[in-house]
Design a protein around this ligand. Structure first.
Ligand SMILES: Cc1cc2nc3c(=O)[nH]c(=O)nc-3n(C[C@H](O)[C@H](O)[C@H](O)COP(=O)(O)O)c2cc1C
Length: 194
């Protein structure tokens, strides 16, 4: 196995972070790698907003909790949203797991490849972070709630354009737990036709 494949196979979502910040050198490499992801027609119309300000992160967290409390759920609701709604009832809930860095990936609402391009960039973020010894987790709450009025106002304040949606986010920091082993992958997910 070469180093790239090894890196892909050993990345894990981490949900408990130490308080110490990642270095600017690592952050810059991660952001560079994000921008080297493929994009439809080489559009590159994404924006990577890096949040390392605890006060702003906590404000956003409060608004995410509020959005969860207003969320109506039924039997068809995506299970992570239902679980999130329950988890957000706890005062110590943090949708970004109190990671010291959150990178929000936004893209133009009307652009047909917004999600695809941003997801490719996010995967580059996660894998590059892992290769540098920085742990990460994909974070979806802002994708669900970016159009909630108060959250949108805050996102605008931090420079996310009005015509952007949040396509995803990555929590980054140093793992606070023991090293995690890769989770087993489901069988039967590949069909090779020759
Ligand atoms: C589109 C997408 C959204 C996700 N959203 C969240 C999230 O909001 N919170 C979270 O803890 N994990 C989130 N994850 C991480 C998945 O739960 C995780 O990748 C999956 O359980 C497999 O575990 P692994 O990443 O360790 O291989 C998300 C992953 C993807 C691809």
């Amino acid at each position: 196995m070469n180093a790239v494949i090894q890196n892909i196979m050993t990345r894990r979502s981490v949900r408990s972070f130490k308080k110490n910040q990642i270095t600017d050198t690592d952050l810059n490499i991660i952001l560079q790698a994000a921008q080297y992801a493929p994009s439809g027609s080489n559009s590159q119309c994404w924006l990577f907003t890096v949040l390392q300000n605890e006060e702003i992160l906590k404000k956003i967290n409060g608004l995410v909790r509020e959005a969860f409390s207003n969320l109506k759920v039924d039997e068809n609701t995506y299970r992570s949203k239902k679980a999130g709604k329950n988890a957000a009832l706890n005062d110590d809930y943090s949708f970004y797991y109190n990671a010291p860095t959150l990178i929000i990936v936004s893209n133009e609402r009307e652009y047909c490849n917004a999600m695809a391009d941003s997801s490719a960039a996010l995967q580059n973020i996660l894998l590059t972070a892992h290769s540098l010894g920085v742990s990460s987790c994909w974070i979806n709450q802002l994708t669900w709630f970016c159009d909630e009025i108060k959250l949108r106002a805050l996102l605008s304040q931090i420079g996310i354009p009005e015509n952007h949606i949040v396509c995803g986010a990555a929590a980054l920091g140093y793992n606070n737990l023991n090293e995690l082993k890769p989770q087993a992958r489901r069988d039967g997910r590949v069909n090779i036709v020759k």
